[in-house]
Design a protein around this ligand. Structure first.
Ligand code: EZ4
Ligand code: CO
Length: 403
């Protein structure tokens, strides 16, 4: 089998998605997600202008060789744009392999290790009461795990608190929105949220929280310690992970489990954190960390150090990524949990898919060949690209901060 064509589709059914389609001389095609929130067209260009011409004529089954061809062959290694582009190619090739062999991709990754993929949903509200009611909503829908974020008194907007409760989307059209931030107000308020949630929902429900890279290690230690009575499933991204030994300080102060890595691109981003057992869940995801070929290596390395997977699964990861994450999640031995933010009906219509939620807390990839996702190109063409950015964040005195 040979690759005869590779094209990039850009569509905006409510938000921008970049999708790679790789076609073969046997009429089989595969899809890969190449969406990098707020920087979408850079990946589209990287693929079209630089990678795709080198793909024509290759055998789509050679996923390792093709991965290394683009990784080593660039000379300029790593980085989110490069690794998202490589991931899109890799995903599409696994999709082709599954279709050619008439089997779901999870069978090529070791088969089913479990009956379903446990997911967590996103509950958020302007205040503790509204967030608590949203958690109740997820419990009614059968979720076993819920991430909870709340507005902070004194801050007009906060990460994780959305206008549209069903379909959380942090990117906005136009130039970047500016948020304001106060670590002091945040650290005082968040433990009160989890105190209320445990009082209302008891101790069985898994509760998660995302600090979204806003703390220093000692502040993260304080937050983790103050949340210990409410035994979170995890505290996510407490500190930006550029300085990895900083996480030792968090470990000295708290036993709250730490999840990290949604912005990681390669195993080398996580190497120190894993080897020193400074985190408990690795959030690297198929689309931003080099595809299934590379994510499996990250997961295997993590497994040696008792670290489980907890892949990023926000709305900016297209249904193609979600499907790949589910084939990965159902097969990987050290699976922990999968993030799941529902896509809008417009997005689901552009990307018809076989994966489904079972009403009991689990997603299932479906048993069709390949990844089980298609792209309705006629419908996609009705939604042209519309520039949007993630917000930026400033402290109360105007200092540029982490978003
Ligand atoms: O901010 O996907 O855990 N989930 C997250 C997301 C990310 C967005 C960035 O594009 O942190 O909300
Ligand atoms: Co996050």
């Amino acid at each position: 089998m040979k690759i005869i064509r590779a094209t990039v589709n850009v569509t905006c059914p409510g938000r921008n998605f970049i999708t790679l389609k790789i076609e073969t001389d046997e009429g089989i095609y595969g899809l890969g997600d190449a969406t990098l929130n707020g920087r979408e067209l850079a990946v589209a260009s990287y693929l079209t202008d630089h990678l795709l011409p080198c793909l024509i004529g290759r055998d789509p089954f050679q996923t390792e060789d093709i991965w290394h061809y683009f990784y080593r062959g660039a000379y300029w290694r790593r980085g989110p744009v490069t690794m998202t582009a490589i991931a899109a190619i890799d995903m599409a090739l696994w999709d082709i392999k599954g279709k050619a062999l008439n089997t779901p991709v999870y069978n090529l990754l070791g088969g089913r290790s479990r009956s379903g993929v446990m997911v967590y949903g996103h509950a958020n509200g302007r205040d503790i009461e509204e967030t608590s009611d949203e958690v109740a909503h997820y419990v009614e829908m059968g979720y076993l795990a819920v991430r909870a974020q709340t507005g902070i008194p004194g801050l007009p907007s906060t990460y994780g608190v959305s206008k549209d409760k069903m379909y959380y989307e942090p990117a906005e059209k136009g130039l970047p929105v500016e948020n304001v931030w106060s670590t002091e107000k945040y650290l005082f308020h968040v433990p009160q949220l989890f105190e209320q949630l445990r009082l209302r929902f008891g101790h069985d429900l898994h509760l998660l929280h995302d600090a979204h890279h806003r703390l220093t290690p000692i502040e993260a230690g304080r937050l983790g310690k103050s949340l210990e009575p409410y035994h979170l499933f995890w505290l996510e991204d407490p500190v930006p992970a550029e300085l990895q030994e900083g996480f030792r300080l968090i470990r000295q102060h708290t036993i709250t489990p730490i999840a990290l890595g949604e912005v990681f691109n390669t195993i080398w981003d996580a190497e120190h954190l894993l080897r020193e057992q400074l985190i408990d869940y690795i959030r690297a995801t198929v689309v931003h960390a080099g595809g299934l070929t590379h994510l499996r290596k990250i997961a295997d390395f993590a497994a040696i150090y008792h670290v489980q997977t907890g892949c990023h699964g926000a709305t900016d990861l297209s249904p193609v990524s979600m499907a790949a994450a589910l084939h990965f999640g159902i097969s990987v031995p050290n699976f922990g949990i999968q993030e799941y933010m529902r896509h809008t009906p417009e997005t689901d219509a552009v990307f018809p898919h076989t994966y489904s939620y079972d009403g009991k807390g689990y997603l299932h990839p479906g048993d069709g060949p390949g990844l089980g996702v298609d792209l309705d190109e006629t419908l996609a063409a009705k939604y042209p690209y519309d520039r949007a950015y993630l917000p930026i964040n400033r402290k109360l005195d105007g200092t540029m901060f982490h978003w």
